[in-house]
Design a protein. Structure first.
Length: 144
């Protein structure tokens, strides 16, 4: 039972990291395709496409903050609480990162085709990212 919080804090970082890589790679591949479309039309590619690639990476930071909260609270909580907070919280944050990246992929495609709508696309990605942020904050409140 003593090892459960340790497994939990590893999961709190692992799953958001995996989700961030999956999300950023989806957005990155779509950004490259959008750049190609621009180049084929003889237009410069909007540098702002890179923003869509980087946004899912912030979920790693949320995972790290959750991990640190679990480590700090390990003496005050039941071992199963630390385990479940890390496992389920990490998975939820990771899923948020994946879908933030998928939205970024669609945003890159639309931006590459139209050159318009950046603010709207960022807002959608921000809303999806907020789910991961909420998970981190709410679990931190439970761990105090």
């Amino acid at each position: 039972m003593e090892i459960l919080p340790s497994i939990g804090f590893v999961c709190a970082l692992f799953f958001p990291a995996v989700g961030s890589v999956l999300g950023a790679s989806a957005a990155g591949m779509a950004s490259i395709a959008a750049m190609k479309k621009c180049f084929l039309r003889g237009e410069p590619a909007p540098f702002i496409l890179i923003a869509f690639v980087g946004i899912p990476l912030s979920q790693i930071i949320y995972g790290m903050i959750l991990m640190n909260s679990i480590i700090k609270a390990a003496d005050k909580i039941l071992p199963i609480t630390g385990f479940l907070a890390g496992l389920l919280g990490g998975i939820a944050i990771g899923i948020s990162a994946v879908y933030t990246g998928k939205a970024g992929a669609l945003a890159a495609d639309a931006m590459g085709e139209t050159g318009k709508g950046f603010g709207f696309y960022i807002m959608v990605m921000g809303i999806l990212e907020t789910a991961g942020l909420f998970v981190m904050v709410f679990l931190m409140a439970i761990l105090k």
